[in-house]
Design a protein around this ligand. Structure first.
Ligand code: FAD
Length: 489
């Protein structure tokens, strides 16, 4: 099968999937007001693959002929990493700078597994074949892959096997010659309008008692027994019901999160990446972000740039751009953007080669970058809030602007110099979305948690930093005769 186009993507979602939102069953996600805007946004990404201006960034030549999606190309050179960044930026630049989930970073687990044949074959030769088979299929068809790591977890002080209800973490309930049966639940952004999920164990202690929970597999999102229980849309009634001028982000880019229930779902062996191996669960958790954090940093660059751009527009329109205190705050946003960009470009420039000969971003730089971004993003949105002042949460809405009775008053009080009231209301609405809306709340939580919680990122940094080099530098100064002094003597 060839790469899906936008029309085929929409059609593929009418597959009888079991989706609920607000307690109601959804007949067709492509037309439902909570999902239709995101289906449109993802459809636009499918179109980009066929746009001659973007095709080189979005696709690559498959060895067997034809073009594959670059989302799913395992990097084999530094150039591949650069092209991945350019591909993701093309989407963020042309569709939406705050969009997070579209498949390019969720594939990281398959990249890691594809890289690890010798290790996997010691357990079961089907595992590496499954990873390779899926990578190849994703490249050819460009299916939308989501990521299910996080279970509901229940009592956090107890491990998976110690919970009162054994299903609070996803587990294997049966293994047969044909495959495995899984039961439990996972959180997944975008699942209602995606094709397949890559399920993986969550952060945790992968001791032998948790063996049944140490499972990773690919599951089609319309498989029998898969139920999507979606969170409420950020705009009541769904983004499609809102005026985009009031809600420029949540009306169009509400990436609905879902509790995916797996009610005894059968998974054939060709879709199983491993089953009941705690060492493999620990190993995948440790290295899961080898490539996904590169996608996260790329998104952070676009988001940081948007914060700067919004701050500039607000300050230009309200005449505060020349105030030193405001310029200082905008400069701090610029520092944030350029720092994130530095982490991203640095991780590419200092990339290294994996044991299997693939190329990954420098892990210490990348891990430091994601710790920095996860912890700093909310401070940056707070800076934007300070630059904006309080009006962004108090202003009248679009209906008031359009009303013949109230519109003239709104125009009168929001026009400033050359900036029309229309332009100012639109700009302030964007600032509200980034600082003060439901969208902002979710975006802040996403930045903090979705790239794994900060404590796990810090562990990853600790493990990938060149500690020996740093220790030796310090040791040299506390030796009886420092190396340089000893040499001179
Ligand atoms: C908007 C959004 C979208 C998301 N999308 C996805 C998705 O698509 N797929 C997916 O799998 N997950 C997704 N997640 C879930 C995300 O991965 C989790 O929120 C994250 O892993 C933390 O888990 P938790 O929320 O259960 O927090 P908990 O595990 O309950 O943790 C609560 C707090 O305790 C801290 N804590 C817990 N254990 C420790 C420890 N051992 N040491 C130190 N601190 C600890 C945590 O850091 C956190 O601050 C998403 C989250 C958000 C907010």
């Amino acid at each position: 099968m060839a790469l899906l186009n936008a029309r085929e993507y929409r059609r593929s979602l009418r597959d009888g999937r079991q989706v609920w939102i607000g307690g109601e069953k959804v007949d067709d996600v492509t037309t439902h007001p909570a999902f239709a805007p995101m289906v449109d946004a993802v459809a636009a990404i499918y179109d980009l693959h066929f746009d001659p201006a973007y095709a080189e960034r979005m696709t690559f030549a498959l060895p067997e002929g034809g073009r594959g999606s670059r989302f799913y190309k395992l990097p084999q050179s530094r150039e591949d990493l650069v092209l991945r960044r350019e591909m993701t930026l093309a989407i963020l630049d042309t569709i939406c700078p705050t969009m997070d989930r579209f498949g390019d970073e969720t594939v990281s687990a398959l990249f890691v597994w594809s890289d690890r044949k010798a290790v996997l074959d010691k357990y079961d030769t089907r595992y590496h074949k499954a990873a390779e088979g899926w990578l190849h299929r994703l490249q050819r068809e460009n299916l939308f892959l989501t990521s299910g790591n996080t279970d509901p977890k229940g009592d956090r002080s107890r491990g998976p096997h110690e919970q009162d209800d054994p299903d609070l973490y996803l587990r294997v309930v049966k293994e047969t010659d044909a495959g495995i049966v899984i039961r439990g639940a996972k959180y997944e952004t975008g699942a209602a309008y995606a094709h397949v999920a890559c399920l993986k164990p969550t952060v945790g202690q992968w001791v032998e008692a948790n063996r049944d929970y140490a499972v990773s597999c690919i599951v089609p999102l319309d498989a029998p027994g898969v139920k999507h229980i979606c969170r409420a849309p950020l705009v009541k009634g769904g983004g499609a019901t809102a005026d985009v001028r009031d809600r420029p982000l949540s009306a169009r880019f509400d990436e609905i999160d879902t509790l995916m229930v797996f009610d005894d779902v059968f998974v054939p062996w060709e879709n199983v990446l491993f089953s009941r191996h705690t060492e493999l669960a620990a190993s995948l958790r440790a290295d899961l972000t080898w490539w996904s954090a590169h996608g996260y940093l790329t998104r952070c660059v676009a988001k940081a740039d948007l914060l700067v751009g919004t701050a500039l527009l607000i300050a230009e329109q309200s005449g505060t751009l020349s105030i030193p205190a405001i310029r200082s705050k905008i400069s701090q946003l610029m520092v944030f953007k350029e720092t994130v960009q530095g982490f991203l470009l640095g991780s590419e420039a200092a990339c290294d080669v994996t044991p299997a000969g693939n190329v990954r971003p420098n892990q210490a730089i990348q891990n430091a970058g994601r710790v920095f971004c996860s912890q700093t993003y909310s401070q940056m949105t707070h800076l934007l809030r300070e630059i904006c002042g309080g009006a962004v949460v108090m202003m009248p809405d679009r209906a008031s602007f359009d009303s013949p009775e109230t519109g003239p008053w709104v125009s009168k009080f929001f026009r400033v110099g050359k900036s029309s009231a229309d332009l100012r209301l639109r700009t302030m609405a964007l600032a509200a979305e980034l600082t003060s809306s439901n969208y902002a709340g979710r975006a802040n939580a996403y930045q903090l948690f979705a790239e794994t919680p900060v404590f796990a990122q810090e562990n990853a940094l600790f493990n990938t930093f060149d500690r020996e080099h740093a220790r030796n530098r310090a040791l040299a100064l506390i030796a009886d005769a420092p190396a340089s002094v000893a040499k001179a003597a």
